[in-house]
Write a protein that binds this ligand. Sequence first.
Ligand SMILES: [Zn+2]
Length: 142
Amino acid sequence: MSYGNKSEIPRLLREHGIQPTTQRVEIAHVLFAHTEDPETDHHLSADDVLVQVNADFNRVSKATVYNTLRLFAETDLIRAVYVSASKVFYDANTAPHHHLYDEASGSLRDIPADEVDVTQLVPHLPEGVSPEDLDVIVRVRA
Ligand SMILES: [Zn+2]
């Protein structure tokens, strides 16, 4: 589902238990606008979001952007992809998929979930448990 239309966003936030303040709606719009076109990069850093939200909205502080992204990730509205301690991407695509990270360019791309056989990665789970979530990040360098 696409939420490039800003009028849809307050309802989406409420569905995740988030009070849709004006600033939160603007930040969500920046994140979800990128899911419209699969060719554009929809993995944004907090600084990317900060720049884009302030391009057409009157001043959202860095602290507000960081706190809002954390809230969005905690409520599963978006997904945080931790490439390293200092490199976190925020992904509006919460459907199961994996990632390819290019160390040279610093870009992150999707790998469709069905291209990674997770049963090969977790063959011996303890009895009675099942994988709830599994994120693969393949780090490459040209
Ligand atoms: Zn992704």
